[in-house]
Design a protein around this ligand. Structure first.
Ligand code: GMT
Length: 377
C-alpha cells in the first residue's frame, strides 16, 4: 500500500507511535509518506520506502499566526494526488482530522478518492479536545473519517461519552519494538549513577502538569527514608524548574538527577529498578510500556488506559491518582524484596510482549485494507 502519515513530529507519544508505525510498515514493503512541518524526531535514519514531505506555512505581515492548517491541506492534496496514495492516516485529531477532511473534499472535487483514518491518542479527546474552542470540529472530523482508532479501550469509551460519535471506533493498542527496547547490560552506567548499589527509580515524561511529577518527587522522598535509592528524571517541560526547586526544598538533590531530554532512554531503563508514572490523565502510557519491555516494573496511577498496560500486583502496582503514600509503600515493598522484584520484572516483560510491534502492525494493515474496501468517493 501507499500510505500517508500525518503527525506531530516532536517528542510527544502520538508522534513517536506514528513514526514507529510508519517505519514498521515501510519495513514490510509499504511505501510510507510522512507529511508534517518538521522531520519526525524518531525518523533519524534512511529507509528505502520512507518519504518525508515538509509543510511550510507562508509568512505574511497580515498573519499573526501562519496558517499551518491551510498549508498542510494543500500539501496533502499535492502529495495524495502526485504519489497516488491509497490511504491517509492522521494521528491526533487536532487539527489533523479536520485538515484531512478538507483535503479529502478538495480531492473529491477533482474525482480523486482518499480514505482517511484518524487515530485518537488521548489529550485530543480529553484535556484539549473537550475545550469549546475545539470540540465541535473534533466531533465533526471524527464522524467524517472513514476509520477511527483509539489507543486503549478506556480512550474509546471516553470518546463515546464525550462526543456524539456515529462511527465505530477500533481499539488498536500502542506497541513496542523489542529490537530497540530490551534489557541490555549497562553495568558501567549503573555504577556511575548508583555507586553504592542504590536502587534506581526512573520517571520519563514531558513534565506537563498532567504527569504529576510532583507526586514522583514526593513518592521518592518517602522511599529514601527506608531504602537507599536514586531517582532519575528524564524529559523536560513546564514543571521542570518547580521540580528542581521542590527537590532543593526537600533536601534530596544528592539523590535526584535531572537528565533532561534523552534519545537513548532504553539505556537508562536498562539500569532501572522501578518506573513511576502517577499521571492525572493517561490514555495508554507508552513510557510505561517501554519500561516494561526493559523488564522494569511500573508503579502507576489508575488514570485512563494505564490499567490496560500495567497489571496491578503482576507487572507493578496501580494506585488511585494522587495516592502518594500508597505508591511509596508499594515501591518500598518491591525494592526491599529481591525475589518479588525479580518476579515482577519477568511479568512486566511478558505483559509487554503482548504489545510487540509484530502483533500490532498487522492489525493496522488489516484495518487499512478494511477501510479502503468499504469507503467510496
Ligand atoms: O502524554 C503526553 O504528554 C503526550 C501525548 C501525545 O499526544 O503525544 O501522549 C498521548 O499519546 C500517547 C501515545 O498514544 C499515549 O501513550 C499517552 O498516554 C497519551 N497521553 C495522555 O493521554 C495524557
Amino acid at each position: 500500500m501507499k500510505i500517508g502519515i500525518v503527525c506531530y513530529p516532536t517528542f510527544g507519544g502520538s508522534g513517536v507511535v506514528a513514526t514507529e508505525l510508519g517505519i514498521g510498515l515501510a519495513g514490510k514493503g509499504h511505501e510510507v509518506h510522512f507529511i508534517t512541518y518538521k522531520r519526525p524526531v524518531r525518523l533519524t535514519t534512511f529507509h528505502a520506502n520512507v518519504f518525508f514531505h515538509e509543510v511550510t506555512a507562508m509568512e505574511y505581515p497580515l498573519f499573526e499566526f501562519a496558517p499551518y492548517e491551510t498549508a498542510l491541506a494543500s500539501k496533502l492534496v499535492d502529495v495524495i494526488r502526485f504519489e497516488k496514495l491509497d490511504i491517509l492516516h492522521v494521528h491526533y485529531a487536532i487539527p489533523h482530522a479536520a485538515v484531512a477532511y478538507m483535503s479529502k473534499q478538495i480531492l473529491k472535487s477533482k474525482g480523486i478518492h482518499i480514505p482517511i483514518i484518524t487515530t485518537l491518542h488521548g489529550t485530543d479527546i480529553t484535556l484539549v479536545g473537550t475545550d469549546s474552542s475545539f470540540a465541535p470540529v473534533v466531533e465533526f472530523s471524527i464522524n467524517s473519517s472513514d476509520g477511527v482508532t483509539a489507543v486503549s479501550h478506556h480512550l474509546k469509551e471516553e470518546t463515546l461519552q464525550t462526543f456524539q460519535i456515529k462511527q465505530d471506533i477500533r481499539v488498536i493498542h500502542n506497541f513496542i519494538d523489542f529490537s530497540r527496547f530490551r534489557k541490555t547490560n549497562k553495568d558501567h552506567f549503573k555504577k556511575a549513577i548508583a555507586p553504592d548499589g542504590e536502587k534506581i527509580l526512573v520517571h520519563i515524561s514531558n513534565f506537563r502538569k498532567v504527569k504529576k511529577v510532583e507526586d514522583v518527587v514526593r513518592i521518592f522522598e518517602i522511599v529514601i527514608s527506608k531504602v537507599s535509592a536514586k531517582l532519575l528524571l528524564i524529559g523536560d517541560g513546564p514543571e521542570r524548574n518547580s521540580m528542581e526547586e521542590l527537590c532543593r526544598k526537600l533536601n534530596i538533590c544528592d539523590h535526584v538527577r535531572f537528565l533532561g531530554k534523552q534519545e537513548a532512554v532504553e539505556e537508562i531503563l536498562a539500569v532501572s529498578d522501578l518506573f513511576i508514572l502517577p499521571s492525572q490523565n493517561e490514555s495508554f502510557g507508552l513510557a510505561a510500556l517501554e519500561a516494561m519491555a526493559c523488564e522494569v516494573p511500573v508503579i502507576s496511577s489508575n488514570a485512563g488506559g494505564l490499567p490496560e498496560v500495567n497489571i496491578d500486583g503482576v507487572t507493578g502496582y496501580v494506585c488511585d491518582i494522587g495516592d502518594v503514600t500508597g505508591m511509596a509503600k508499594r515501591c518500598i515493598e518491591l525494592l526491599e524484596d529481591d525475589i518479588s522484584l525479580a518476579k515482577f520484572r519477568k511479568n512486566a516483560f511478558s505483559q509487554a510482549k503482548k504489545f510487540d510491534i509484530h502483533e500490532i502492525l498487522p492489525q493496522y494493515e488489516n484495518y487499512y485494507l478494511e477501510v479502503i474496501s468499504k469507503s467510496q468517493l
